[in-house]
Design a protein. Structure first.
Length: 157
């Protein structure tokens, strides 16, 4: 009897924030849309850019870079909005990359020299030939947004 070895590959959508290559599990993403006009909302935390109307559905757009301790995002022609699957929330990225599939055995722990603001939202890293891919944990980001600021209107999240 021949045993078939099944490899469980995870797939990650990669994107750029400043000079960082970041990935997020494809199972956490509903869709990726080109940048559309964001309507700002007063009295929201710095990481909330505002609201968009996507095919009649109102979604909150975040600047995930602010959560990671990076500078505020400025939208440009390569910017996209990644929409989470289980919440009416998306976040803006500087540029969309490729989808990368990898086995769990290629995952490594987050090195201590990566900024603490970034570490708390990451699952692990993947060493690529030219750079490091940091894997973002969608659940950590979403749970942080709901507990970060009691002034955050729950209807925006």
């Amino acid at each position: 009897m021949n045993l078939i070895k099944i490899h469980h590959k995870s797939q990650y959508v990669t994107f750029r924030l400043a000079d960082n290559l970041i990935g997020i599990n494809i199972l956490d993403i509903r869709e990726i849309v080109p940048y559309i006009k964001i309507t700002q909302v007063q009295q929201t935390p710095a990481f909330v850019l505002g609201l968009i109307n996507l095919r009649g559905q109102i979604l909150t757009v975040l600047d995930i870079g602010v959560l990671l301790g990076l500078e505020k995002r400025e939208a440009h022609s390569k910017s996209h909005i990644i929409i989470f699957k289980h919440k009416n929330v998306g976040f803006i990225v500087d540029q969309i990359g490729d989808v990368i599939g990898t086995d769990q055995k290629h995952m490594e722990s987050i090195p201590a020299n990566i900024d603490a603001n970034i570490q708390k939202y990451m699952e692990n890293i993947i060493n690529l030939p030219d750079e490091i891919l940091m894997i973002l944990n969608a659940k950590k980001v979403l749970s942080y947004m709901q507990t970060k600021d009691e002034k955050t209107p729950k209807e925006y999240l």
